[in-house]
Design a binder for this molecule. Structure first.
Ligand code: S3P
Length: 171
């Protein structure tokens, strides 16, 4: 069992899919944003606000080095910009959760905690800027992924099953 790294845009459902994978396999899951928040004892939005984005990106790099050197057999869910850490392919099999921008926004908006989901993500504050970021990143996500899962119109549990099937074939 190699590490699986879940990448993809904010709100695409990395956390939900990770939880389903955990419920249907031997995998334990960790989340890079959660690691950073617990190390810093503050929320991502406060880290962005207090220190600025470059500070946060350096923390992501620090986490990535630790993952490469110390973590095995784990499902690693990442923040939407984590793919840029530089050593992602040394950590494990990279799985992209792929969706159109409109479907991502629809997915967030229909959530009971929608306003909180938007508030906690500084880079989703301005939807026009977020769309431009999505368009810039999507080809980079695709280029980096070992496995791509189209998550549109599928439940988290369907995505998790597809992921486990594809990962088994890949190794
Ligand atoms: C970010 C995505 C967020 C979080 C931070 C920056 C990004 O994670 O890491 O707000 O650059 O796309 P999610 O993808 O879990 O929302």
């Amino acid at each position: 069992m190699e590490n699986i790294i879940l990448i993809g845009f904010m709100g695409v459902g990395k956390g939900s899919v990770a939880r389903e994978v955990v419920n249907n396999s031997e995998y334990i899951a960790i989340d890079t944003d959660d690691l950073i928040e617990s190390m810093q004892n503050r929320k991502i939005k406060n880290i962005f606000h207090d220190e600025g984005e470059p500070y946060f990106r350096n923390l992501e790099k620090k986490v990535a080095l630790w993952l490469e050197n110390s973590v095995k057999n784990t499902l690693i869910s990442t923040g939407g910009g984590f793919y840029k850490v530089g050593n992602l392919n040394k950590i494990g099999t990279i799985v992209l959760l792929d969706s159109s921008f409109d479907a991502i926004i629809k997915r967030i908006k229909k959530h009971p905690n929608a306003s909180q989901k938007l508030k906690k993500r500084p880079l989703l504050k301005d939807l026009k800027k977020a769309k431009a970021l999505y368009e810039m990143r999507r080809p980079e996500y695709l280029a980096m992924a070992d496995i791509v899962i189209d998550v549109e119109n599928k439940s988290a549990s369907e995505c998790a099953k597809e992921l486990l099937k594809k990962v088994k074939k890949d190794v």
